[in-house]
Design a protein around this ligand. Structure first.
Ligand code: 13P
Length: 323
């Protein structure tokens, strides 16, 4: 008989006292040495592998990482995340060399709208402003009025003078924003293959299995899930919520790696993951970071004209701050 699959996965508690293999320890030491020699920094997204946290100068969500990228004086930024994040770093600080250790670490959501499709939408709704989620290509950002992350989507949309807003590419986030805002949102139909897969029924089961736990859901999840969550937050918002909450248990409805970050930061609380693993965010290993720094590959450098235009939309996103 097939085994019944558990809805919730517990974080491996040993991760916060992670036993690194000797090969990993030596790679970490070599990466740190190279970073010093080359005046480089490693920016690491929350969803990355826990051993990658060990070489981070900064770990955070896409908003905080963009802020860090924009203000660093380092000559080289090694971006441990996915391609659109490295592109944003280059756009925000074009005189730095930005490296992505694994070139195939992409975000399928970011590829879900083409430039032709966005131009069509703009033609159809000429009075609407274009807000692009940061999970987009540099080209899409360059065609947008302003960008946002899950940390400030409502604030960005509300700050616009237009009554109508074209919101690309994530449909669930667009619908969530529409609920909080007075604007009419024209939502594109993109989705994150991890968040959109989470089943409402499983979150109901999770609530029953852990009745004292707070449910924290990422706004890329289905609206039905967002409506029953205790809080709807981006990844950094989840960390702040869990840190300031009196609750001891949390069901985390975002990419599984986030529970590792939470468990590392808040070892006395308990975190359960109710979502899957993003294979793209897990493509980067210590060896890739080492090779990336040593050989200064793979450089992310969108066309100059695109950088210039996209910098306006991304700059406004940073200026807006968090919700
Ligand atoms: P954050 O904005 O919380 O970093 O989330 C990034 C992301 O890509 C979610 O799928």
């Amino acid at each position: 008989m097939p085994q019944k699959r558990n809805v919730l996965k517990e974080v491996n508690k040993t991760l916060n006292k992670m036993e690194l293999a000797s090969g990993q320890k030596s790679l970490i030491a070599k990466i740190k040495k190279l970073k010093k020699e080359k005046n480089a920094i490693c920016l690491v997204h929350n969803y990355q592998r826990p051993e990658i946290y060990e070489v981070a100068d900064f770990i955070g969500d896409s908003f905080a990482l963009s802020q860090q990228a924009g203000k660093t004086n380092a000559d080289i930024i090694v971006f441990c995340g996915v391609k659109f994040m490295a592109e944003s770093a280059k756009i925000l600080n074009p005189s730095r060399k930005v490296l992505l250790p694994v070139l195939t670490a992409g975000c399928p959501l970011a590829e879900m709208i083409s430039i032709e499709e966005l131009r069509e939408l703009k033609k159809k709704y000429p009075a609407a402003a274009v807000v692009s989620y940061v999970n987009t290509t540099a080209e899409i950002k360059a065609e947008s009025d302003v960008c946002c992350t899950s940390a400030n989507a409502v604030k960005v949309v509300d700050s616009l003078p237009n009554k109508k807003v074209i919101f690309v590419p994530d449909y669930n986030l667009a619908k969530w924003v529409e609920l909080q805002s007075s604007k009419k949102i024209i939502a594109w139909g993109g989705y994150c293959y991890i968040h959109s897969k989470v089943q409402y029924e499983n979150i109901i089961k999770a609530k029953k299995a852990q009745p004292e736990a707070k449910i924290l859901a990422h706004p890329e999840c289905d609206l039905k899930i967002l409506e029953i969550a205790d809080a709807v937050l981006g990844t950094e918002g989840m960390l702040n919520y869990a840190r300031n909450s009196e609750a001891k248990k949390f069901v985390i409805v975002t990419e599984e790696g986030m529970t590792t970050r939470l468990q590392k930061e808040l070892p006395d609380k308990k975190f359960y993951s109710a979502a899957g693993v993003c294979i793209n965010q897990k493509k980067t290993h210590l060896e890739d970071v080492y090779n990336s720094l040593k050989e200064e590959k793979y450089e992310i450098n969108p066309e100059k004209g695109i950088i210039k235009k996209a910098a306006i939309a991304l700059g406004k996103m940073i200026e807006a701050g968090r919700d």
